[in-house]
Design a protein. Structure first.
Length: 342
């Protein structure tokens, strides 16, 4: 309950702007190519500075990095209200770092805390399924709120609220030694060498990078794709569409609860990868608005299964002492791939 409360509030600040980020850049006068460069900057920062910062969780504690996420992301959202290019760049840099922290240290905290409490690893499947469900619910709420209040100051406020919750709810971590040793390149390179020497870790990292690379490209293109395929002069209801995506993801998380007891996590991941490829192929081959929207919703359904499955597999194969470092190392090729394709 503590983890889900913290995670849901932490992601709400992110989700409330999810449907409007592309539109916000365009509102500031940026053209599609410039928006692409802004996105690229975020992924470059995430692959470099973000990777190093996220890895600090293994030495300084995941709780401290979760608090840092809220602070950095709130500042990023506030800066996004300005139309000055330098301010938008600064916003994207802070957002890139914060994004790395969100998808490494929150998960690392709950796994190491569960191990410290002697909780059976099998019960983590339920934890991650519920977390994905609440993540989707917070995103639905964020999309609906966004339809009425399209102001990014809201996301900064919820980021700060979420970090207050972190300070109140997160207990002391058993995996931290109290050391304040600075993260060095040797720690990250050790994680990379371990990944390259293990078939399981290499395959897991490859699946992580390729799937989430497609996901990040989807985040960039779904808005202009639906705009292009909508009726002439019709306005795409960004918030409602985004909420529909999140509802599909919530259904996926509930499907995972049913499937995980019957199908090994590795096979579930394979099914998600194939299903996602089919969904995007349909969106390429058929250009009708509603067909495209249905294909995108099918991808989001698979995404609801992917998040808990990937978390379970990382909990199974990644060692605790390098959990945040290795999870962030998985994201290096992901960010390079997205930068190249954008």
């Amino acid at each position: 309950r503590r983890y889900v409360a913290v995670y849901a509030l932490g992601t709400f600040g992110d989700w409330i702007q999810g449907a409007y980020l592309y539109a916000a850049y365009r509102r500031h006068g940026l053209v599609k190519r410039e928006i692409g460069y802004i996105y690229v900057l975020g992924y470059v920062v995430s692959a470099t500075i973000g990777t190093t910062c996220a890895a600090l969780g293994d030495t300084r504690g995941h709780r401290a990095l979760a608090v840092a996420y809220g602070t950095l992301y709130a500042a990023s959202c506030l800066l996004l209200r300005s139309s000055a290019m330098t301010t938008l760049i600064a916003s994207r840099i802070l957002g890139g770092i914060a994004y790395s922290l969100l998808f490494t240290n929150f998960e690392s905290w709950v796994i190491t805390e569960a191990d410290a409490m002697g909780i059976d690893r099998k019960k983590l499947a339920g934890v991650f399924s519920v977390a994905t469900l609440f993540n989707g619910a917070s995103a639905v709420l964020a999309g609906l709120v966004g339809n009425f209040v399209v102001e990014f100051a809201e996301s900064s406020q919820f980021s700060w609220i979420g970090m207050d919750e972190v300070r109140l709810e997160m207990g002391a971590e058993a995996d931290t030694s109290g050391s304040v040793v600075m993260m060095s390149k040797n720690v990250i390179s050790s994680a990379v060498r371990m990944i390259m020497s293990s078939v399981e870790l290499f395959r897991l990292g490859a699946a992580n990078s390729l799937y989430e690379g497609a996901l990040h490209l989807f985040v960039f293109v779904w808005t202009p794709v639906l705009e292009k395929r909508s009726a002439i002069d019709a306005t795409v209801p960004y918030g409602s569409v985004f909420s529909a995506f999140m509802v599909c993801k919530m259904f996926g998380s509930q499907a995972f609860k049913v499937l995980e007891a019957r199908i090994p996590a590795e096979n579930l991941l394979r099914m998600v990868l194939v299903g996602s490829a089919v969904s995007f192929s349909i969106a390429v081959l058929f250009t009708g608005y509603w067909v495209t929207l249905a294909a995108f919703c099918a991808f989001e359904f698979g995404l609801g299964i992917y998040w808990p499955v990937m978390s379970i597999l990382r909990a199974k194969y990644v060692p605790n002492k390098m959990r945040a470092t290795m999870t962030s190392a998985f994201r290096i090729p992901l960010n390079i791939l997205v930068v190249a394709l954008l």
